[in-house]
Design a protein around this ligand. Structure first.
Ligand code: GLC
Length: 744
């Protein structure tokens, strides 16, 4: 190569390095401070907005209030107002969809990074990784030229059967808000609106389009709103998606209580409310009650409620131009805020880069939950191992696509089998056998389009040949790894599961394989709780993984081989029986025209702990390849007043022989409470890395205000004076260190 071209190459390399440096994540100190605060919508645009509105015709204004394609709402080209471009979803940037139908547009430049599903992010218990996800996927949304990302989905997991459990974070409102805020901040730092969904109380798929959700005010405030409230008041989310269901009699997209009184008047929301697709049921009522943009299903867009019908209503004087202008102002506010209108140096972003695949890897790496490792089989000791049987359809099943809006078209999804092929040494032979078939029964009344009580019905019968192959593989291998669980067809939007049972006769397969080779590890891949009681009895080694993104298979192999020490903790309770779970124990799921959340504030572990029911695996549970000891618990004071910050500090010692990360969890009890309270509530957590043999002093701060309960009598938050017990453990049922304090 000639000298001068070498220089050119070097220069290009250097520029390349600098430019990719530019995309680096925020500086460490930002992440280290763990404080995530979003940027409020600026008032600097007010004059420009008012002058634009003064130039618009009523038809142009109304054109902005509804879809002009499947994933955009109208702009006003002559005034330089672009259409507002939206894109799904919680697992990454969805492929381009046709403008007038649900069909993919068939582009070849919209492949994206497949990120771990929300349950996986929650299992990391690491808000910094949630920020990383938001920042990374925000860059991808910008690279695809979008203004609004329809994510994060932050509904509380009320029933383990929920079809969208994998899309949501957790059953606990505190963990939910601690993960939602950084995620939104990360997205919006890239000049993209986060669109928090589905506001609110959309906690089941069954009859989601019509079900009227009823619950008491305290339950609403303490459980189902906190993440949405923090998303608005701390993360300054710029958009909100109105849910399909009703709440206390009104559809969410025309619900004055939710969209005006709570969202705007109480929380000060200045952004836009977008409907879920075809969730609008009126014209004037929906606008007056707080909706701004109507999205929907394929039909001519002028037939939408906020299109010709609205022009009609305006001409009849049923709605004023001033009212319409209010909504236009909100839309222009957020378009200016994300630099969509004559925006200078708007973030360009990047799509499906190695940096983003690495982000995906880093999140997944902290999400895998070690449920059982009785004989310390893990991490695998390959000494003398010449062959490994890799069994199960889930070893090769891909989960990026599917599930309606949450699917991602990606060029990279490393399956568990590929991960092992990538990571195992050459001299270890892999004997793969599918083991079980993913088959569904022809459910005669399968109305996929409608929302049915349950999703596809699995065929729970093993194929003899597949079983035989699996047994052969296990017999002829030094050890076996079975990949079972669920997938994105079995867990999906628009339907809930029938039960907690493992599908496709996987239990029988595991049993048969164990009979011929007891040296077998079981890996579950799923997005929601399953009944693992039988599996737990059969195997000494049980791992839980997720729909875990583009690098999921590599992460799993790295965990199995010990490159990664697992640090995931369950973000929800794994029940033994569905009847033990609150929504089912109170016989209040799925309801019919209405569903009443009879368990009230006792959602998830709150129910299991307060009712003293043993789960299979508790909320916050997860093992490590090492062990940690918590000691020297102390608080900065003994007595506090309402405006104080409680500082709890303690020592965390790694008493094992490998470094690892542990999640210290703070649960608070109020034994003398005068009102009904859960036995304990999560009020703090911190994930820490500790080297083998080392100790770290950890401090968790807890504002006294977090101890308040919502009084329905006084319609406000109240703090009971008296004794509170603070407990630090590594699970909601771990052996706790505890200390008492007094609140004046
Ligand atoms: C779906 C989902 C919502 C999604 C939207 C667009 O019905 O409920 O989460 O963003 O439609 O795909």
């Amino acid at each position: 190569m000639k000298i001068n071209s070498i220089y050119i190459t070097i220069i290009i390399l250097v520029i390349g390095l600098i430019s990719c440096k530019k995309e680096q994540k925020p500086t460490i100190e930002k992440i280290a401070t763990n404080v995530y605060q979003g940027t409020a919508i600026s008032s600097e645009f007010d004059d420009a907005i008012d002058s634009l509105i003064s130039l618009m015709t009523i038809e142009e204004k109304i054109g902005m209030l509804h879809a002009n394609s499947m994933f955009s709402s109208g702009g006003v080209e002559r005034l330089g107002i672009p259409e507002l471009k939206m894109v799904d979803g919680p697992l990454g940037i969805r492929e381009e969809i046709s403008r007038n139908s649900w069909a993919p547009a068939g582009w070849d430049n919209d492949y994206a990074t497949y990120y771990p599903a929300a349950g996986s992010v929650a299992a990391t218990w690491n808000p910094d990784l949630s920020y990383t996800f938001g920042n990374s996927v925000g860059q991808e949304a910008r690279a695809r030229g979008k203004d609004m990302l329809l994510s994060p989905a932050i509904n509380i997991i009320r029933t383990p059967l929920g079809g969208r459990t994998y899309e949501y974070f957790t059953e606990d409102p505190f963990l939910n808000k601690k993960l939602a805020v950084p995620f939104i901040v990360g997205i919006q730092e890239n000049d993209v609106m986060a669109c928090i969904k589905h506001f609110a109380a959309n906690n089941q798929e069954t009859n989601r389009g019509t079900v009227d959700v009823l619950m008491d005010e305290r339950t609403l405030r303490e459980i189902y709103l906190p993440a949405f409230e923090a998303a608005i008041t701390q993360a300054n989310a710029y958009s909100v998606m109105g849910a399909y269901n009703k709440f206390r009699g009104d559809y969410l997209c025309e619900n004055d209580l939710m969209l005006n009184k709570i969202l705007r008047n109480e929380w000060g929301f200045k952004g836009v409310v977008v409907s879920d697709w075809a969730a609008v049921h009126s014209t004037v009522k929906s606008l007056e009650n707080g909706l701004d943009i109507e999205m929907g299903t394929p039909k001519s867009f002028n037939e939408y409620f906020l299109a010709d019908k609205l022009i009609e209503a305006f001409k009849l004087g049923e709605i004023s131009e001033a009212e319409i202008d209010k909504h236009i102002k909100r839309i222009l506010n957020v378009l200016f805020q994300v630099k969509a209108i004559n925006g200078k140096n708007r973030v360009q972003g990047s799509l499906a880069t190695e940096a983003h695949y690495q982000d995906s890897y880093n999140i997944a790496a902290e999400s895998v939950v070690l449920l059982k490792n009785e004989k310390n089989t893990l991490p695998l000791n390959l000494e003398g191992v010449k062959s490994i049987a890799v069994i199960g359809n889930n070893a090769t099943k891909k989960n990026a696509l599917g599930g309606f809006g949450a699917g991602v078209k990606t060029k990279r999804e490393v399956t568990p089998l590929e991960g092992l092929q990538n990571r195992l040494p050459e001299n270890v032979k892999i004997n793969y056998a599918e083991g079980y078939l993913e088959r569904y029964s022809k459910n005669e009344n399968d109305q996929k389009a409608e929302v049915t009580l349950h999703g596809p019905l699995p065929v729970n019968k093993l194929d003899a040949t597949k079983l035989e192959e699996a047994i052969e593989a296990a017999k002829n291998s030094d050890m076996a790894i079975i990949f079972a669980g669920s997938n994105r067809d079995y867990e999906t939007e628009a339907s809930d599961r029938m039960n907690l049972k493992l599908p496709f006769a996987q239990e029988e397969l595991i049993k048969k394989v164990m009979e011929v080779n007891p040296n077998t590890i079981v890996v579950m891949i799923a997005g929601a709780p399953f009944d693992l009681q039988e599996v737990e009895k059969m195997t000494s080694t049980l791992i839980w993984s997720w729909f875990n993104g583009s690098e999921g298979g590599n992460v799993l192999a790295d965990v199995l081989l010990g490159t990664i020490n697992p640090s995931g903790k369950l973000p929800w309770t794994m029940p033994k029986n569905i009847e033990d779970s609150p929504a089912h124990a109170t016989n209040s799921f799925p309801g019919d025209e209405t569903v009443t959340y009879k368990e009230g504030i006792l959602v998830g572990y709150r129910w299991f702990d307060t009712k003293n029911i043993e789960p299979l695996y508790p909320f916050g549970y997860g093992l490590s390849y090492t062990n940690f000891e918590i000691s020297d618990l102390k608080t900065n004071k003994e007595t506090y007043n309402i405006n104080n910050l409680i500082e709890i500090s303690f020592k965390m010692k790694n008493i094992g022989n490998v470094a690892g990360k542990e999640v210290a969890q703070l649960y608070v009890s109020n034994p003398d409470s005068k009102v009904e309270r859960a036995t304990q509530e999560l009020k703090g957590f911190k994930k820490v890395f500790v080297k083998s043999g080392a100790s770290e002093i950890i401090t968790i701060t807890l504002p006294v205000k977090e101890l308040a309960y919502y009084s329905e009598i006084k319609n406000k938050w109240l703090i009971e004076p008296g004794k509170y017990v603070l407990k630090i453990g590594n699970s909601s049922r771990g052996n706790f260190e505890e200390i008492s304090i007094n609140i004046q």
